[in-house]
Design a protein around this ligand. Structure first.
Ligand code: MOS
Length: 729
C-alpha cells in the first residue's frame, strides 16, 4: 500500500492524509473544537431544505385527524355518510376498520395506550384521536372531518392531579430506585435550620416550531415513512412492533426536523400511527400533519409536578439532610417517570438523603419527556429550597453550594468521572459580578422597579447509548460515514462531520455524512442529551477500525461497528454535565411583571465539538428555562377536563422581547470515559435556569415564588400593590 492519499486509489483512513496527519495526538485544525456554521445553514435560511411535510410524493392522499370532544367515555356512533359523499374523500378510518395493533407494545415503560389509536370505542382523555378522514387534498379532508357526526356516551373523568389522590402510587423505577441514605428525620431534628416547602410546576409542552407530520406508503412490500421525529431507528422499531411487521420491512427517514424538545422523542407520534393505518387500508401514500391545536392535544407534554423538599443544615451551612418527595401526574393508559429527584441524588453532600417519586394517574394524555425531563422541574424545587436555606442562614447562596460539594456520589458512593461544578460557579460568579451582591432581599431599586439577582446550579446525566455506525473509504479519498442519527436543529450533522474528520485524521471536506434513516442501522435518538455522544462514539470506533486495517486493501472498503460492548465495559461512575446559571431580574410591584435583564450560564459539558453551535444550543436551553419560569403553562379546564390553551396565542412562550442578552460559556472540561471526551449539552441549559430566576425574584421582592410560572397575578398576590412602596426592611 502506498502512503500517498492523493492518487486515484488512496489508502484507507489511517494512512498519511495530506495536510493534517500530525505526529501528535492534537486534533487537526478545522474539526473538533473549532467554531463552524452549520453545514445546512444556508439551505435552511434560503428555504431549500425539505422538512417532512415538504417532501413531494406522487399520488399523495391527505389525512385529517378527528379528535374527541369529550374527556372520557365511549363513542356511541360515528356517522360517516355525509363525509364519505363529499368531494375527494377516499375513506374514513376509525376503530371499526383500523388495522389491529399489538397492544402489548411499548418500548419505554411497558404497554403505551397513547399509541393504541383507533383500537376501541373508549375515550381515555380529551382530544383523543378517534378517526382519520382521508381525501385527495388537505382541504377536502378537513371539510369532511368537520362533517363527521360523532355521538358519545360520556363518563365521569378525573383530571385533578393532587398529592392526596387515592390512586397515588410509587413511580416506576425505570431510572433507578428511590434513595435512602442515613436517617433523614434524625438529621432534620438536629439541624439548625430546616426548610420544608412545596414547589409546583405545571404541564409544559415541547411546542416545537414544526408540527408533527408523517407520510407513509407501501412500496414493494416495504413500509416507507417520512416522519418528523427525534430518532428514526427507534420509530421504525416501534412501528414494526405495533403493526406486527418484520423490522426490515419498515424504513423511516427524518432528514430535517424543526425541533422536538422531547415531543418527538417518544416511541412514535400519533401522526405516524394514523398515516400507516390509512396507507395500509387505502393502499395509497398518505400524509398526516397535525395542526398546532392537535399537537397540543395529542402529543405528550411534561407532567405537572408537586414536590416537597425538606433540607436541614447546620449554622455553618453544612447540609445534614435532604428529603425530596416528588409527585407528578401520569395518564391512566400509559406509565411514565418524571425523574425529579435525579439531581437530589448527586448534587450535594449531606449526612442523610431520601428521595421518593410518586405517580398520580388521572384521565389525561400520556405525558413524556420534555426539555430536561425530571431534572428541570426537580431542580426548580431543589435549587429554590437551597436558596431558602441560604436565606434562613443569612448566607451567600453561592457559598452554601461551595460548602456542600461531595467527593463521591452522595447516594451511589461512586466516584465522579469529572466534576467541574465549582469551576462553573466561581467563574460564573466572577463574570456576573456576584461578589458585589448584597444577599439581603429587596435592597435594590431602579425607579419603581425592584431589582434582584439569583443563581442555581445543575447536573445532568452524561453518557452514551448503544449505536452503530459504518464508514466507507471511497476510491476518491473521501469517506462516507453512515449513522442513524437525527438532526433536530441541534447541528448534529455539523458536529458529527467534525468528529468523523478527526477520527479519520482528514479534513471535514472529505467526509460525506449520512444520517436520519433507519436503514443506516440501530442508533439512539436525539434525546436525553445523549445523541451526539452516542453517535460520535460509534463513528470514532468505526474510524479506529478502519485506520487499523492493514494497508493495501481494495477500495471502496466499509467497516461497521456497534458500541454495545464497549459501553458495557465502562466502569460505573457518576457521569454528569454541570452548570451554574446567574440571572438578574426586575419586578414591577404595580403590575407584578417580572423581566429578566441578564442571564449568564457557565457550563462543564466535556470537550466542546463546535463552540458556535454549542453556545447557541445552551442559550436556547436557557431561554426555555426563562420561558418555563415566567410563561409556560398548560391550563386545564376543570369544568370540561380539556386543555384550554392549545395554541401559541394562549400558551405563552418567551419571545424576542422577553429574552435579554444571554451569555453561555464553558469551563475547560473533558469526559474521561468518552472516546472524544464529550458530554451531552442538549438539555442542561434549561435545567437550572427557572430556579435561578425564581431566586432572583425572591432577592428583588423578598417573597418566594414556589409555583411556576411566576405569573403577574402570583407576584401581586405575594405582594399586594398597596404595600409595595413600604421602605425596604
Ligand atoms: Mo429529550 S426531552 O430527552 O428529547
Amino acid at each position: 500500500m502506498t502512503a500517498s492519499s492523493t492518487g486515484p486509489s488512496p489508502a484507507p483512513a489511517g494512512h498519511p492524509a495530506p495536510a493534517h496527519t500530525a505526529t501528535t495526538s492534537e486534533p487537526p485544525p478545522g474539526a473538533v473544537g473549532t467554531a463552524r456554521p452549520r453545514l445546512e445553514g444556508t439551505a435552511k435560511v434560503t428555504g431549500a431544505v425539505r422538512y417532512a411535510a415538504d417532501e413531494p410524493a406522487s399520488d399523495l392522499a391527505h389525512g385529517w385527524v378527528v379528535t374527541s370532544t369529550v374527556t372520557r367515555g365511549r363513542i356511541r356512533e360515528i356517522d360517516t355518510s355525509t363525509a364519505l359523499a363529499m368531494p375527494g374523500v377516499l375513506g374514513v378510518i376509525d376503530h371499526r376498520n383500523a388495522p389491529r395493533l399489538d397492544l402489548e407494545a411499548g418500548p419505554f415503560f411497558g404497554p403505551d395506550g397513547g399509541l393504541h389509536l383507533l383500537q376501541s370505542d373508549e375515550i381515555p382523555h380529551s382530544g383523543r384521536p378517534i378517526a382519520l378522514v382521508v381525501a385527495e387534498t388537505p382541504e377536502q379532508a378537513r371539510a369532511a372531518g368537520m362533517a363527521l357526526r360523532v355521538t358519545y356516551d360520556e363518563e365521569p373523568y378525573d383530571v385533578d392531579f393532587r398529592l392526596e389522590h387515592p390512586d397515588a402510587r410509587p413511580a416506576t423505577s425505570f431510572f433507578g430506585e428511590d434513595a435512602t441514605v442515613g436517617d433523614v428525620d434524625t438529621e432534620l431534628a438536629a439541624s439548625t435550620v430546616v426548610v420544608d416547602e412545596r414547589y409546583v410546576t405545571p404541564e409544559v409542552h415541547g411546542a416545537a416550531m414544526e408540527p408533527h407530520t408523517a407520510t407513509a406508503w407501501w412500496q414493494d412490500g416495504r413500509l416507507q415513512i417520512i416522519d418528523s421525529n427525534q430518532g428514526p431507528f427507534m420509530v421504525a422499531m416501534t412501528v414494526a412492533t405495533l403493526f406486527r411487521l418484520e423490522p426490515k420491512h419498515v424504513r423511516v427517514r427524518s432528514a430535517h426536523v424543526g425541533g422536538g424538545f422531547g415531543s418527538k422523542s417518544g416511541a412514535c407520534g400519533p401522526q405516524l400511527v394514523l398515516a400507516v393505518m390509512a396507507a395500509t387500508v387505502l393502499d395509497r401514500p398518505v400524509r398526516v400533519t397535525l395542526t398546532r391545536n392537535q399537537v397540543f392535544q395529542t402529543v405528550s407534554m411534561r407532567p405537572a409536578t408537586d414536590q416537597r423538599v425538606r433540607i436541614g443544615a447546620d449554622a455553618d451551612g453544612r447540609l445534614r439532610a435532604i428529603d425530596h418527595t416528588a409527585a407528578f401526574e401520569v395518564s391512566r393508559i400509559a406509565d411514565y417517570l418524571e425523574n425529579c429527584t435525579e439531581l437530589t441524588n448527586t448534587l450535594y453532600a449531606a449526612r442523610a438523603i431520601r428521595t421518593r417519586r410518586t405517580a398520580v394517574p388521572v384521565d389525561i394524555l400520556p405525558p413524556f419527556s420534555v426539555r430536561g425531563p425530571g431534572a428541570t422541574p426537580g431542580s426548580f424545587a431543589l435549587e429554590s429550597a437551597m436558596d431558602e436555606v441560604a436565606e434562613r442562614l443569612r448566607m451567600d447562596p453561592l457559598e452554601l453550594r461551595l460548602r456542600n460539594e461531595p467527593s463521591v456520589g452522595p447516594v451511589s458512593g461512586l466516584p465522579f468521572s469529572r466534576r467541574n461544578l465549582i469551576a462553573c460557579l466561581t467563574e460564573g460568579a466572577r463574570r456576573f459580578g456576584w461578589a458585589a451582591r448584597d444577599h439581603r432581599p429587596r435592597r435594590r431599586k431602579e425607579g419603581h422597579l425592584l431589582v434582584g439577582t439569583g443563581t442555581a446550579v445543575a447536573s445532568f446525566g452524561a453518557g452514551a447509548l448503544p449505536s452503530t455506525a459504518s464508514i466507507t473509504a471511497e476510491t476518491d479519498g473521501t469517506f462516507t460515514v453512515a449513522v442513524g442519527a437525527s438532526d433536530i436543529g441541534t447541528g448534529a450533522r455539523t458536529a458529527l462531520t467534525a468528529v468523523a474528520a478527526d477520527a479519520l485524521r482528514v479534513p471535514p471536506e472529505r467526509i460525506r455524512l449520512l444520517i436520519a434513516d433507519s436503514d443506516l442501522g440501530p442508533a439512539w435518538g436525539a434525546g436525553g442529551s445523549r445523541g451526539t455522544t452516542s453517535w460520535s462514539w460509534a463513528i470514532t470506533e468505526a474510524a479506529a477500525q478502519l485506520r487499523s486495517r492493514p494497508g493495501g486493501a481494495a477500495l471502496p472498503l466499509t467497516v461497521s461497528c456497534d458500541t454495545t460492548e464497549s459501553l458495557g465495559r465502562l466502569p460505573l461512575m457518576e457521569r454528569h454535565s454541570y452548570s451554574a446559571v446567574f440571572g438578574k431580574v426586575t419586578v414591577d410591584p404595580a403590575t407584578g411583571e417580572v423581566r429578566v435583564r441578564r442571564l449568564l450560564g457557565m457550563f462543564a459539558v466535556g470537550r466542546v465539538i463546535n463552540p458556535l453551535l454549542a453556545r447557541s444550543q445552551l442559550a436556547g436551553g436557557m431561554i426555555m428555562g426563562l420561558s418555563m419560569a415566567l410563561h409556560e403553562e398548560g391550563v386545564r379546564d376543570r369544568a370540561t377536563g380539556r386543555h384550554v390553551n392549545t395554541d401559541l396565542a394562549g400558551y405563552h412562550i418567551a419571545a424576542h422581547a422577553d429574552v435579554p442578552d444571554i451569555e453561555a460559556d464553558f469551563v475547560p472540561d473533558y469526559e474521561p470515559g468518552d472516546p472524544s471526551g464529550i458530554k451531552g449539552l442538549g438539555e442542561i441549559g434549561t435545567v437550572s435556569t427557572a430556579a435561578a430566576i425564581a431566586n432572583a425574584v425572591w432577592h428583588a421582592t423578598g417573597r418566594r415564588q414556589r409555583t411556576l410560572p411566576i405569573r403577574l397575578d402570583r407576584v401581586l398576590e405575594a405582594h399586594p400593590p398597596n404595600r409595595c412602596h413600604e421602605p425596604a426592611g
